[in-house]
Every structure is written in structure tokens, then in C-alpha cells.
Design a protein around this ligand. Structure first.
Ligand code: GLU
Length: 291
């Protein structure tokens, strides 16, 4: 029988907080009880915000919690070429297009729509969808604008991708979504609109790297926070297009602060480093997250 493979995949762009501790400990626990493997993956494609210092701190925090994982640890920043190949596949299939609109231009479009009394669609995180106009931009204009050095991102034409690969698209959920969704979940990636697949300077995105790495590392169980539940629809579509295996998904509870808000790295909420400094022990952390 093949062993299950779990992973914790943090981004070293801030300090780990209690929510990360919960996710890492839960993954390790689930691996342990199923006699599975536990991997750590560093999701550091954002080379401007991810730093070696934050990575050192993250590793130190995880070791302090009593976790261990298989070596070597995969660093996404060392595999841009792999992601680039997958991007080429999407380009050759005509499923991605260069998108040039600035935030300001998108905002103007939304305001125009509001003036006409029409509602602009939003994604599950509440962000406005990207306009679809550039899907049909003539190839000559695309080439001219890229050659002129204009900033752009590669976006997925999600309707076209769904038309070709979206038949009976679902995943199996052993945790739960924000509305308690569990079991077989119908994937609706169109709710996200034309998501960014890669950027001009970074030949990948979170969505593209995460599905490639989960496949490459043979991940059988993706256990992560409920905030990524709806993003799984995009991951399922990319897996279909790229012919990748489909793991089981388990979206777990989020640890909330005293105001009921999701913890955030940017607010410096309950960083493990500060809890450690305040004298908390790993057992206290486990107890606090209910493990
Ligand atoms: N790197 C992502 C994060 O830190 C997690 C990705 C995942 O587990 O799929 O939020």
C-alpha cells in the first residue's frame, strides 16, 4: 500500500502565528496516525517579500513546536523553470493571455458599470473580477505591447478552460468549507474570473506552483486553512488541464483572535516568536489550538 503524504507549505513573508502552528501540527498529527509522511515546502515565489531571515525564524518556530520533516525541503524559488514549462503548456493551449490593465483602469471600469446601475461581480474573497476584454486582443497588439515593455500578468481564460476541461469538476473534502460544505464538492472556478497564473517578472503564481508541487511531491492529502477552500476550484481546473493527480482536501478551522477575526501576519497577530518570548511552552500552544 502506498503511504499518505502530507505537507505544510508556509510562505516566509512574515512571522508564523497560532493559525500556522495549528495547520503544521494538524498535518503532522494526521501523517502520524496514518503512518504517512510529512513534508515541509517553502512557498517563496515572492522573492521581494520572502526573506532568508523569516525562513530561519519559521524553521526555528516549527522545530521548537517539536515538528520534524523529511529533507530536503523544497523551495519554490529554486524551481521557476518547472513552473515556466507548465506556463508554456497553458500558453500553447491558448488558455492564458497577457492582461495589461492597471488597478486604476479596472476600478474605472467598475465605476462605469455602477453608474449604469449594473453590479460588478466579485470573487469568493470579495475582490472584483478582472474584466474580460483582453481575452480577444489581437495577437499583433499583444506582441507590440509586450515588446514595448508594458507590465502585464498571464491570466487564465477560465470560461475557455472550463469549456475544454471543466466537465464534472469536483474534489473530495474531508474537512469543511465556510458554509460547512463537505464530501463531494462541485468546483466552480468561474467564480474567481480570469485568475493570475504568472506575472511578467515571476513566471508563476500561488495557484500554478501549488498544484505542480503537490503533484511533484506526491501529496495525497492537502490539509490547510478554510480560507483556501474556494481556491481549490482553481486548483482542480489546473490539475485537469495539466493532467495532474488529485489529492484529497481537508480544510480546517481558522484560529480567530478575540474579535473573531482571522489571524494575520501583517497585523503581527500572536506571532509564535512573541508567545515563546512571553514564556509559553510548546504544550501550551498545542493546548491553545486544541491538539
Ligand atoms: N503558502 C500558502 C500560505 O502560506 C499555503 C498554501 C497551501 O497550503 O496550499 O498561505
Amino acid at each position: 500500500m502506498t503511504r499518505s503524504v502530507f505537507r505544510f507549505a508556509p510562505s516566509p513573508n512574515g512571522l508564523l502565528h497560532l493559525g500556522h502552528a495549528y495547520s503544521a501540527l494538524l498535518n503532522a498529527r494526521m501523517a502520524e496516525v496514518s503512518d504517512g509522511r510529512f513534508l515541509l515546502r517553502i512557498e517563496d515565489i515572492d522573492t521581494a517579500r520572502c526573506t532568508p531571515e523569516l525562513e530561519r525564524q519559521l524553521i526555528d518556530d516549527l522545530r521548537w513546536l517539536g515538528l520534524s520533516w523529511e529533507e530536503p525541503v523544497r523551495h519554490q524559488s529554486q524551481h521557476f523553470a518547472d513552473y515556466g514549462e507548465a506556463l508554456d503548456t497553458l500558453m500553447e493551449a491558448g488558455l492564458v493571455y497577457p492582461a495589461f490593465m492597471s488597478r486604476g483602469e479596472v476600478r474605472a471600469r467598475i465605476e462605469e458599470c455602477a453608474r449604469e446601475g449594473r453590479e460588478w461581480p466579485h470573487d469568493p474573497d470579495g475582490a472584483p473580477l478582472y474584466p474580460r476584454d483582453e481575452r480577444t486582443m489581437p495577437e499583433s497588439e499583444r506582441r507590440r505591447r509586450i515588446a514595448a515593455g508594458e507590465p502585464f500578468a498571464w491570466r487564465l481564460n477560465v470560461e475557455e478552460a472550463m469549456a475544454r476541461y471543466g466537465k464534472n469538476l469536483y474534489w473530495d473534502e474531508t474537512g469543511a468549507g465556510p458554509e460547512g460544505e463537505t464530501g463531494r464538492i462541485a468546483a466552480e472556478p468561474t467564480r474567481w474570473g480570469d485568475v493570475v497564473i504568472a506575472r511578467k517578472e515571476t513566471p508563476t503564481s500561488y495557484h500554478l506552483s501549488v498544484v505542480l508541487d503537490d503533484a511533484l511531491q506526491g501529496i495525497t492529502h492537502v490539509v490547510r486553512g478554510r480560507d483556501l477552500f474556494h481556491a481549490t476550484a482553481v486548483h482542480r481546473l489546473l490539475q485537469e488541464i495539466l493532467g495532474l493527480p488529485v489529492p484529497l482536501y481537508h480544510h480546517h478551522d481558522l484560529i480567530l483572535d478575540e474579535h473573531g477575526r482571522k489571524l494575520s501576519k501583517s497585523r503581527g497577530d500572536t506571532a509564535l516568536a512573541s508567545l515563546r518570548e512571553a514564556g509559553m511552552q510548546p504544550e501550551d500552544i498545542r493546548r491553545q489550538v486544541g491538539l
